[in-house]
Design a protein around this ligand. Structure first.
Ligand code: GH3
Ligand code: MG
Ligand code: MG
Ligand code: MG
Length: 330
């Protein structure tokens, strides 16, 4: 990633590094090519990732798969008009909270009422000043990102939560597949953490969980997506990364943790923890998110079973789940 692509410190993104996705994502739905091109031309000079659609139906499809930060929609369009588009976007859980700014030449009370009743968040009457469009977009993006933070960030650790991970992994896998790029998925788990809690108490446990999450996040690149998968288990989605490179980075982090101490002001004490890490690769270990996840999980189990405090790259030949299932006795 070049410096130019790196998010600025005061970027609209309030959470953790989302890297390649940090650019605000704007979906423009407009059937008139002249209007579309004018807006595209204007937005193209700003730091947005732009998606375009020439009717509501196409717009709905893109909104569903890409989940943009904001939608700009015309009203009168073939296939599906702007009001119907708003209705449909508001119906789906995955898109229902995306701000929608409507642009129309129809300047009457009925239209205004219909737009806001359907769930539009703003209305611009054509012809409008592009500067006004710009501030509307910026405001909508702020709202959208604040909402993202509440929904998708784990309150204890400050990294992304499970909901975000479940939403984002398939998107990232599909995205890297489209670009024929590799993706690495990391899953790591604190070693003997129950014993840690039993020894030092849950408050100290919470402290190290949060310290570890922040430490790992800081040690990685901005495009790596760190998530708390649950309890003391974390995942990292590493787009455009080969498994071997992910293993190198995670090995460095793991080794460093062996002699790293997190000082807790509350406990007035230094704490040291170890992690086990499993890593899988797309496309080698799975074409779909589920398969990639299962492989990372399996690699993590192997790391645990073969001594902990280590990094294991998924090996399809190891069959560790099959072995475990055959050993299970009830
Ligand atoms: P292993 O090396 O096999 O992973 O052993 P472990 O003890 O870490 O694994 P186990 O699954 O037995 O225990 C996980 C522990 O993580 C149990 C639970 O108390 C602790 N834990 C999970 N979530 C939190 C949390 O939010 N705060 C604290 N303090 N502890 C947590
Ligand atoms: Mg139109
Ligand atoms: Mg553990
Ligand atoms: Mg665990």
């Amino acid at each position: 990633m070049s410096d130019k692509e790196k998010p600025s410190e005061n970027s609209a993104e309030p959470t953790t590094g989302e890297g390649a996705l940090l650019k605000p994502r704007v979906l423009l739905v407009e059937d008139n090519p002249a209007v579309r091109n004018m807006i595209l031309d204007f937005l193209g000079k700003r730091d947005y990732e732009i998606f375009e659609a020439s009717n509501g139906l196409e717009g709905l499809q893109i909104a569903t798969t890409e989940k943009p930060d904001v939608i700009l929609a015309d009203i009168i369009m073939p296939e599906m008009d702007g009001l119907e588009l708003i209705n449909r976007v508001r119906e789906q859980p995955g898109t229902m909270l995306i701000p929608i700014i409507v642009m129309t030449a129809v300047n009457n009370l009925e239209t205004k009422i219909n737009v806001f009743k359907a769930g539009g968040d703003g209305l611009l009457i054509k012809p409008f000043d592009l500067q006004e469009l710009q501030v509307r977009i910026e405001r909508a993006i702020q709202v959208s990102r604040n909402f993202m933070k509440l929904t998708y960030v784990d309150s204890l650790t400050g990294v992304y939560n499970r909901r975000f991970f479940d939403d984002r992994l398939p998107t990232e896998v599909n995205r890297t597949r489209r670009y024929k790029q590799p993706l690495a998925l990391v899953m790591f788990d604190i070693d003997h953490f129950k014993k840690f809690n039993d020894t030092y108490g849950h408050r100290a446990g919470d402290f190290v969980l949060s310290s570890l999450a922040q430490h790992v996040k800081k040690s990685l690149r901005t495009q790596d997506i760190v998530c708390r998968y649950g309890g003391e288990e974390f995942t990292v989605i590493m787009p455009m990364t080969r498994g071997e490179d992910a293993a190198m980075v995670m090995s460095r982090i793991r080794a460093d943790l062996n002699d790293r101490f997190f000082y807790s002001p509350y406990d007035k004490q230094d704490f040291n923890i170890r992690i086990s890490v499993g890593i899988s690769r797309h496309p080698e270990d799975g074409m779909e998110a589920d398969a990639v996840m299962r492989a990372a999980d399996e690699a993590l189990y192997e790391a645990k079973e073969t001594g902990r405090n280590k990094v294991v790259l998924y090996n399809p030949a190891s069959n560790i789940f099959k072995d475990r299932i055959s050993k299970l006795k009830f």
